[in-house]
Design a protein around this ligand. Structure first.
Ligand SMILES: Nc1ncnc2c1ncn2[C@@H]1O[C@H](COP(=O)(O)OP(=O)(O)OP(=O)(O)O)[C@@H](O)[C@H]1O
Ligand SMILES: [Mg+2]
Length: 347
């Protein structure tokens, strides 16, 4: 007897084929956002709290986690919803054009400005301005962004008359802005002005409980569009999908499900699992490069009974100078255990 997908919380319950069924309305928790994890509910609570205010919102999260969906939800739940939601992706527009895109220009302001152009801050008047990938905003443009945020003022290129904008700013980034501030790649004053109400969206791997309901939602959506009937997913497939780390987050899951629906001729969802090979490995089985280096050095030191130098020493076996090995031991926190004192004199 297949289990209903929405009843399942963890992989250990998936003993029988999983019935995909119809998405439950209660799994769409806000403005098209599907999920049932406590962390996603917390994100929704934050956005519902801040949306009716006019405060600047900074949405942070890895690629594909739903930053734009949240930005639109902030707008739709605000008093500005009857006005425009204007998006500008700072990474997608060439630096030379970004200023005129945002603030507009007069005819003849620069070579190629054949007509006047209204900037996006003007278009967003009384609505919401969404600055996507704010971490990519060029340093030379950041003072102007700070001014428009603080004073609500700007000038069109080629026109000295100051314009005012009544737009609410929502920004998003997948960059580590505090680190960019430390390394002088992002202005500290702009960061603090943006960081009024930060919303951090957790990656999908940190909320695996959302995966089954997202799968049901995407399968249902794709199957309807493609006029297919897909009812069941193999429990092992569901298990693999929940264990996968989803570096591309929800967008990656959405795309994989779309391919799966295309490939499925019957009622069973055929997921091309070879595309996510990593899913077959248990979580945590992957090592970082540093962990692998540490394990290799440690194993070599044990083999040489903690003799570092000399022809039979670990440095020689590892093909490095004694001082280099000692540097790496220090960096990786490798210390000789007390019982190997016998080798001390040889180092
Ligand atoms: N909770 C969710 N429920 C349903 N669909 C979602 C959810 N979160 C994201 N999506 C969908 O996943 C896709 C990616 O979302 P979105 O574009 O908002 O991500 P993003 O964080 O802005 O990504 P990027 O950093 O790559 O721009 C979209 O199709 C979106 O509708
Ligand atoms: Mg985005």
């Amino acid at each position: 007897m297949p289990l209903a997908c929405s009843e399942l919380q963890t992989a250990k319950h998936w003993k029988s084929p999983v019935l995909l069924g119809v998405p439950r309305p209660e799994d769409t928790i806000c403005e098209g956002m599907v999920g049932q994890s406590a962390v996603l509910r917390n994100v929704v609570m934050q956005l519902e709290t801040v949306a009716p205010t006019d405060s600047t919102v900074l949405i942070c999260g890895e690629t594909g986690t739903g930053k734009e969906l949240i930005a639109r939800a902030v707008h739709n739940l605000s008093t500005r919803r009857a006005h425009a939601f204007v998006k500008c992706n700072c990474a997608a527009i060439p630096i030379s054009l970004l200023e005129s895109e945002l603030f507009g220009h007069e005819k003849g302001a620069f070579t190629g400005a054949v007509a006047q152009r209204i900037g996006r801050f003007e278009l967003a008047n009384r609505g919401t301005m969404f600055l996507d990938e704010i971490g990519e905003a060029p340093l030379e443009l950041q003072p102007k962004l700070l001014r428009v945020l603080q004073e609500r003022e700007f000038e069109r290129l080629g026109n000295s008359r100051t314009q005012r904008t009544d737009s609410r700013l929502v920004a998003a980034t997948n960059a580590n802005l505090p680190e960019m501030v430390d390394t002088k790649r992002f202005r500290a004053d702009l960061f603090y002005r943006l960081n009024v109400f930060p919303i951090q969206i957790p990656p999908l791997r940190d909320r695996p409980e959302d995966i089954p309901v997202l799968i049901t939602h995407f399968v249902h959506d794709c199957a309807r569009r493609m006029h297919r009937t897909i009812k069941v997913i193999a429990s092992a497939t569901m298990d693999a999908l929940v264990r996968y780390s989803w570096p591309g987050n929800i967008r990656e899951l959405q795309n994989l499900i779309e391919r799966a629906v295309i490939l499925s001729s019957g009622e069973l969802l055929q997921v091309p699992l070879s595309e996510i090979d990593e899913a077959s490995k248990p979580r945590g089985a992957q090592q970082t490069l540093e962990e692998a280096e540490r394990a290799h050095i440690l194993a070599t030191l044990k083999k040489t009974r903690w003799i570092v130098s000399g022809p039979r020493g670990a440095a020689n076996r590892l093909g490095m100078k004694r001082s280099t090995l000692q540097f790496w031991m220090k960096k990786l926190g490798i210390e000789r255990p007390p019982e190997s004192d016998e080798a001390t004199h040889l180092m």
